[in-house]
Design a protein. Structure first.
Length: 398
């Protein structure tokens, strides 16, 4: 398990070059990667920010923007795209924001820092079984990083997600990470899906152990992808998540297992398994099944009901880099929908390793689904995220 001291040393090296506060950015990294020991005393405290509770009047594109009243926020895209020569790639782009306690929203100085930002990006070259990854850190002073208050516009230096003028839910992703680059246009076929109850997704029994959470499951995707020295035109589909809150997780949780699939019958499936220390699913584990017409059915992993979902781990893989053991094959069942699926990775080695700016390892990669619905064959593709296997969650998301 990587300690807070190691996280601080890693972040300090990055931020000495970026000109930001090493201590503050380390706290961001520990919070947003959901790893490590208890939060440091100078971390932004939940009491400073609003809690996710009650109801919300959602308005788009306004709510695609940042929500500084909440401590933590992230914009997250995962997609499967194919090149003209038939090669398949997975990709992931995530921007994280953490608000700072005590930041004066009325301060006009260009040097004022109100939020810290972290960005992760990765490309999975399926045929070559090659996983390329990169991360960046920054602050919102001098316009170095930030997010618009009322549109889907997030950036960290020259890594950018920019809104499309003719699509309120669409975005253009542009980043160059050296070993790989993405220039993709994403267009929405249907509107946002609100998870939980009206977008309030509970993560625990206490007030505020929740987040505001919505998805755009099927964004038509086209553009260019460069892997190494080879740039190709690609097209496919992308899943987008946007989530924000303050104190989200119950203390008994060790990590989470998250799955998002686009199924060939036109439906979309998102499941998350909030994992207790004994490996079992926590009481607030669940998800959503979205019909082709956009209607949503809430799913729960505990209790007996027509909305019950099962997500059980199978074959595991040990990372030579981190030593973590990740369950990469899963069995998923939705008895009320007569759905049974087997989930397998495109290839095993899709671990985001511990590195400068990313002090804790986690697994996130492209997966395939195969099974049946109502006795008929059903296939799908998507992404799986596994956290807490290279160290338990810290206190920063509590």
């Amino acid at each position: 398990m990587v300690s807070i001291a190691a996280s601080l040393r890693s972040a300090q090296r990055v931020l000495e070059r970026a000109g930001a506060s090493a201590l503050l950015m380390a706290l961001l990294l520990c919070a947003l990667t959901a790893r490590g020991d208890a939060a440091e005393p100078h971390a932004a405290t939940p009491a400073t920010f609003q809690r996710a509770e009650g109801t919300r009047d959602w308005r788009f594109p306004r709510d695609h923007g940042q929500h500084p009243a909440y401590r933590l926020e992230w914009w997250y895209w995962t997609g499967i795209v194919r090149a003209d020569d038939g090669r398949t790639f997975g990709y992931q782009v995530t921007f994280f924001r953490q608000g700072l306690a005590g930041a004066d929203p009325n301060r006009r100085s260009a040097w004022a820092v109100r939020s810290l930002y972290l960005a992760h990006a990765a490309v999975s070259d399926v045929a070559a079984r090659r996983y390329l990854h990169a991360s960046r850190v920054g602050r919102d002073s001098l316009g170095l990083s930030g997010a618009a208050p009322d549109a889907l516009h997030v950036w960290l230096r020259d890594w950018r997600a920019e809104p499309l003028p003719d699509d309120p839910h669409g975005v253009r992703l542009h980043l160059d990470a050296g070993d790989f680059a993405l220039a993709l246009t994403l267009r929405a076929g249907k509107g946002p899906v609100l998870h939980g109850t009206g977008g309030l997704d509970r993560k625990g029994p206490q007030p505020g152990q929740a987040s505001w959470y919505y998805s755009l499951p099927r964004l038509a995707t086209e553009g260019t992808l460069r892997s190494g020295d080879v740039e190709q035109r690609v097209s496919g589909s992308t899943w987008m998540d946007h989530e924000f809150g303050t104190s989200q997780l119950a203390p008994e949780l060790a990590g989470w297992d998250w799955l998002a699939l686009r199924l060939e019958d036109g439906s979309d499936l998102m499941l998350y398994r909030l994992r207790r220390r004994d490996g079992s699913a926590g009481a607030f584990s669940g998800g959503s099944l979205v019909a082709p017409d956009g209607t949503r059915r809430a799913l729960r992993m505990t209790g007996e009901s027509p909305a019950r979902a099962e997500m059980l781990p199978g074959r595991a893989w040990r990372s030579a880099a981190s030593g973590a053991v990740y369950p990469l094959e899963w069995s998923v069942a939705l008895p009320g929908e007569d759905i049974a699926l087997r989930i397998a990775p495109a290839f095993d080695a899709q671990e985001q390793p511990a590195a400068e700016g990313t002090p804790f390892a986690y697994w996130e990669g492209a997966v395939w689904a195969e099974g049946t619905r109502g006795g008929r064959p059903l296939r799908g593709e998507g992404y799986l995220e596994l956290t807490g296997y290279a160290g338990e969650l810290g206190g920063a998301l509590r």
